[in-house]
Every structure is written in structure tokens, then in C-alpha cells.
Design a protein around this ligand. Structure first.
Ligand SMILES: Cc1ncc(C[n+]2csc(CCOP(=O)(O)OP(=O)(O)O)c2C)c(N)n1
Ligand SMILES: [Mg+2]
Length: 324
């Protein structure tokens, strides 16, 4: 049997790596996924509108905190899709945080994967992702990346290269039909992402296979990385385009929790057509100096900006609490 002789340097580094590995295992086992905590938090499903608003506004504040501490994040697009994701995860989708591998769970794909911070915060608000692990975001050795990865409980698909979520969602929806499973597939896309040609191949396939168990969402915040979507690559006439592709198109005010609930409830899953929610939103929603400002596509507030954002977001929470 060949023997391996390690140099002093290698020995030292091996020990270092081994300790680092053990630390990772310890963090993962201790904090990653806590069924007891999940059980307690699973009471939050099927909530009333006011409670959902409070969760969404609280998630907004937590999002800013996470991005500020991580020193990186796609702040504007996170804030525009947070309402929709909060309603989907806390109210609408059939997902049991205690049973994330259930074959009949609804599937969610964050195709605009750069907005992973919003997904992390929603998963945390459901108790799926622990606060201790989320607090490692942006730090050396964190198990969390800057885009969705399937090592994180509750994340179904690696994403970040735009244009891939819908093709994958089509595959999942076809699989459900073939296997006679009742789950639905939801795909959150950006409006700048609509410049990716693969989306339109998937749109044709969705129609071809009559995927009425598939819901695509366009987060229509009118901005992408380098400016207004209509200046960079116009995607106008979205309703006409997707209708022509054979999709059931529903326009929703994505800044309004009430409208999101109403429009989700109106989806007819027996109509033989895939569904598109054109979700009209505000990039940077909730932080005055970020709203509709292209440079906040990606960005971390200064200390002063952060304090202002937290004040404004806290005021939004209080306003919802005071509503009848
Ligand atoms: C295939 C691919 N090309 C380019 C990028 C770089 N990129 C990251 S975010 C982004 C703009 C996305 O804009 P939009 O879809 O409108 O997202 P949102 O406004 O919701 O943040 C681009 C071009 C990428 N991630 N993937
Ligand atoms: Mg956009």
C-alpha cells in the first residue's frame, strides 16, 4: 500500500481545512434546518390580508438589514418582488415547511436569481432558513451564495443566468402531468430578463403541452441593470405577445397584497392554458430614494441611507398595523 508523506506545510493546511470542514458540518447540523422551529412557524399559513401585509413589510426591513450586513445585494429588484413571494410562500402555495421533499409540494423557481436575498428572507420568515445561517451571507465560508443554490432547504433550482427558469418550470409542469401529480409550478422572472430568447421557446412549449399547472410571473418594474427596459430592449405589448403565444394572461398590481391575492385566486387551473401574471411593480418599493432609480438595481446603502431606509420601512409596518 503506497504511503503518503505530507510536508509540514501540507500537514498544517490539512489540519486547517479539516477544522474548517468540521466547523461547516457543525453550523449546518446545528442551524440549517430546525424541524421544531419549522413546526412552530408553520402556523403562519393561510393568513388574512393584514397579517400578510405585516409579514411582507417586516420582510422588507429584514431584507435591507441582510443586504447592509452582507455588503452586497440586488436591493431594487428584491423589493419589487417581495410582496408576491411573501403571498406565494405564506398563503398560496402548497408548501409544508416541515415536509420540503413532499412530491406534491408546489414548486417555485426564482428565475431572476440575482434577487436571492428576497427568497432567503422569505424562507427565513417561514422558519425554513435559520437566522444564524442567513446572518453569514456575504461572509467568508458562508454556505449561502449570491444566487439561489439547491443546497439551501426550500430552493428547488440553481439560477442566476437569466432565461433558464421558465424552461425548467416547463419541464417540471410536464413531469407533473405525466406523473399525474397535482403540484403547480411558479416561475418568477424579471422584465429585463424577457430579452432572453429561451423564454419564448419555453412559452411555445407551455402552450403545446397545455400546461395549465404552470404560472409564470413577470416582475414588471420597468427597470433592468442598465436602465429602463424599454430603452435597453423593449418588451412592450406583453399582454398581446403572451396571449398570442396561447397563454392565459392576468395583469396584477404587484405592489398590492390585496390585488395579488385576488388575482391568484382567479387562476383557473383547468383552462388548458399556462398562466402569465404580469405583475406591475415598483423597483425599490418602500425606500423613497430607491424607488424607480436604476442605480439601485444593485447597491448597498451608506450608514445614513440605511438608517433612513429602516425608518421609512418601520413607518410602513406601523401604518399597516394601524389599518382597520
Ligand atoms: C444570461 C444573463 N445575462 C446577463 C446577466 C446579468 N444581469 C444580472 S441582473 C440583470 C438585469 C435583470 O433585469 P430584470 O430582469 O428586470 O431584473 P430586476 O429588475 O427584477 O432586478 C442582468 C442583465 C445575467 N444574470 N444572466
Ligand atoms: Mg426589472
Amino acid at each position: 500500500m503506497p504511503s503518503i508523506v505530507l510536508s509540514a506545510f501540507e500537514k498544517e493546511n490539512f489540519t486547517f481545512d479539516f477544522l474548517r470542514f468540521m466547523k461547516k458540518v457543525y453550523i449546518l447540523r446545528k442551524n440549517w434546518y430546525s424541524p421544531k422551529k419549522l413546526y412552530d412557524n408553520s402556523k403562519t399559513r393561510n393568513m388574512n390580508t393584514k397579517d400578510l401585509k405585516i409579514i411582507s413589510e417586516t420582510n422588507r426591513k429584514r431584507l435591507l438589514e441582510v443586504i447592509y450586513n452582507a455588503k452586497a445585494g440586488h436591493t431594487g429588484g428584491d423589493l419589487s418582488c417581495l410582496n408576491m413571494m411573501t403571498v406565494l410562500y405564506h398563503h398560496y402555495m402548497n408548501i409544508d415547511p416541515k415536509d420540503l421533499k413532499n412530491p406534491n409540494r408546489d414548486r417555485f423557481i426564482l428565475s431572476k436569481g440575482h434577487c436571492v436575498e428576497s427568497l432567503f428572507v422569505v424562507l427565513e420568515s417561514l422558519g425554513i432558513l435559520s437566522t444564524e445561517v442567513l446572518n453569514t451571507l456575504g461572509k467568508y465560508d458562508s454556505p449561502l451564495a449570491g444566487h439561489p443554490t439547491i443546497n439551501v432547504p426550500g430552493i428547488e433550482v440553481n439560477s442566476g443566468a437569466l432565461g433558464h427558469g421558465l424552461p425548467i418550470g416547463v419541464g417540471m409542469a410536464i413531469a407533473a402531468k405525466m406523473n399525474k401529480q397535482s403540484y403547480k409550478t411558479f416561475v418568477m422572472m424579471g422584465d429585463g430578463e424577457q430579452g432572453e430568447g429561451s423564454i419564448y421557446e419555453a412559452a411555445m412549449a407551455g402552450n403545446q403541452y397545455k400546461l395549465d399547472n404552470l404560472v409564470a410571473i413577470i416582475d414588471r418594474n420597468m427597470l433592468q441593470i442598465s436602465g429602463c427596459t424599454e430603452d435597453v430592449m423593449a418588451i412592450d405589448n406583453v399582454v398581446e405577445k403572451w396571449s398570442a403565444f396561447g397563454w392565459d394572461v392576468i395583469v396584477v398590481n404587484g405592489d398590492s397584497i390585496e390585488d395579488i391575492i385576488e388575482k391568484l385566486d382567479s387562476i383557473d387551473y383547468t383552462c388548458g392554458k399556462p398562466h402569465l401574471l404580469l405583475s406591475k411593480t415598483t423597483k425599490g418599493l418602500g425606500v423613497s430614494y430607491m424607488e424607480n432609480v436604476a442605480k439601485w438595481h444593485h447597491g448597498v446603502p451608506s450608514e445614513e441611507q440605511y438608517n433612513q431606509a429602516m425608518e421609512e420601512l418601520e413607518a410602513r409596518i406601523q401604518k399597516v398595523k394601524e389599518e382597520a
